[in-house]
Design a protein around this ligand. Sequence first.
Ligand SMILES: C[S@@+](CC[C@H](N)C(=O)[O-])C[C@H]1O[C@@H](n2cnc3c(N)ncnc32)[C@H](O)[C@@H]1O
Length: 195
Amino acid sequence: MNADASVFFALWLKKPLRIAAANPSGVRLADAVARWVDLARPGPVLELGAGTGSLTQGLVRAGCSPERIIALEREPALVAVLRREFPTMTVIAGDATRIGDYLPGNVERLAGVVSSLPIKWFPVAAQYAVIRPCLDLLGPGGRFVQLTNAFSSPLRVDRLRITGREVGRVWFNLLPAQIWAYSECSPSFDNGAAR
Ligand SMILES: C[S@@+](CC[C@H](N)C(=O)[O-])C[C@H]1O[C@@H](n2cnc3c(N)ncnc32)[C@H](O)[C@@H]1O
């Protein structure tokens, strides 16, 4: 286990429900998530719950420059890892349920949002506080991509008035992981943007 994974593991031991995974996501999972971000759309890519940056690396491997990524993470020790590993990336230290307050005023559109927050455990009001500003900034056709370990939607689509479906499943991660994609209106997930 490398030093950053050890920091992550130690945090998980202390706060299992907040960290929600014993290890950072693997390469195969990160690449599978990144495939659902349409980099041809304008604007930055927002990553929520960036941890040690495993999914961030997937975005970079997919061709997204770190300068284009805005990463948010609540744990100070993980924020320090992100700032060290991605010195040109915008890293916000804070709670994702306040994302609407944190985003720089010049961000008018988001190309995509990737979340690995333990959002299935958030109360519906907190889910709303995360997803509403994101969908507003994504605009038509934008996707909120959520990584989870759940065989049903981690977001309360009925209460949030959003649409979503599972778009991927990775079995070779430590635990099988599911990738869900959500949008405002009628989904067009198979429009060729996903590779
Ligand atoms: C399952 S881990 C994923 C970490 C990393 N993205 C990965 O895939 O390896 C969830 C991350 O979300 C962060 N997190 C949990 N709740 C949060 C919140 N309300 N606001 C910001 N970050 C949060 C945790 O600190 C943790 O780093």
